[in-house]
Design a protein around this ligand. Structure first.
Ligand code: GUN
Length: 294
């Protein structure tokens, strides 16, 4: 029997309707959530992602700014700009689109973002919070995956989850979030021996490798939940995930498509984190007023 296809567009759009109400309510209280996206260089895929993020903000009632820098920009120039955004009260969330050009150090730029505006959840402090189960801004893609599992009624506790890919953006935080929900977690890398042996034991398989269609049906346990984080542009111009959708859907219990799976969830969770950042400012303002009035 063919797998249930998890519709990321539908789940994301329901969540976005909820976030919109929250954003409007904050705006009525005098704080319109605001997101600044910083993009350096002319990576085509990044430009499309950033455009989509800005559009999603507009549709949700979130104020947004896109700050574009040429590839030739210096690290100092961008750091200075981040510093200004940290001080800007209209901006509650700052995101530096990755990947950055080679002469930039991701870690350095991200560490300059104010922790309370790091809506990507990539700052060392936010990663520390995630590791200890106290995340305020869970990284958007794995957070979106967790939401998809939850909304699809897929049990995580006690399940064997296998994450293929160990990136800081997806693989590592994904493993931590699954662990937090009491899954038994295996992380596979490009050096893992007998990859199919591991993936074939997964009740929940999350793939984030950037290698088109690398997971085939013979690598998947019957009825497994297969979550495909990959988005690859194929020579024919079409998009494909890291999972061979056509064959795997005949064996899995649940599967996410590409496009229309994890992608829209990442954006939805970015909106959530931005609204959360603004609500925290609002809560801080309220508690200051209450203190003054006491
Ligand atoms: N590039 C690909 N995914 C992401 C993401 O979630 N955040 C940022 N900042 N850059 C990305």
């Amino acid at each position: 029997m063919s797998a249930v296809i998890i519709d990321g567009n539908a789940i994301a759009s329901a969540l976005r309707a909820e976030w919109k109400v929250r954003a409007e309510s904050l705006k009525e209280q005098g704080i319109q959530p605001g997101l600044a996206v910083v993009i350096v260089g002319d990576n085509q895929a990044s430009s499309i992602y950033v455009r989509n993020k800005a559009r999603a903000c507009r549709e949700t009632g979130i104020y947004s700014e896109v700050h574009e820098f040429p590839e030739s920009a210096s690290e100092n120039e961008v750091l200075h700009h981040i510093h200004e955004l940290n001080e800007n009260p209209k901006i509650h969330g700052i995101l530096v689109q990755l990947p950055l050009p080679r002469h930039f150090e991701d870690k350095k730029l991200i560490s300059y973002i104010a922790v309370e505006k790091d809506v990507d959840g990539f700052h060392f402090n936010n990663i520390g919070a995630l590791v200890t189960g106290n995340a305020v801004f869970p990284p958007c893609t794995p957070y979106g995956v967790m939401k998809m599992l939850e909304k699809s009624g897929i049990q995580v506790e006690g399940q064997h989850a296998v994450v293929v890919g160990r990136s800081n953006i997806v693989g590592k935080p994904m493993a931590l979030m699954l662990l937090e929900k009491n899954a038994t977690v295996t992380i596979c890398t490009s050096k893992t021996r007998d990859l199919a042996g591991h993936t074939g034991r997964a009740d929940i398989l999350v793939v984030a490798t950037g290698k088109p269609k690398m997971i085939t049906a013979d690598m998947v346990k019957p009825n497994a939940t297969v979550i495909d984080v990959g988005i690859n542009r194929m020579p024919n111009g079409k998009l494909a995930g890291d999972v061979d959708f056509d064959s795997v859907k005949e064996k899995a219990g649940y599967i996410t498509p590409v496009p229309g799976g994890v992608g829209p969830m990442t954006i939805a969770m970015l909106l959530r984190n931005t609204i959360e950042a603004a609500s925290r400012v609002q809560a801080g303002a309220l508690s200051r007023i209450n203190t003054v009035n006491k």
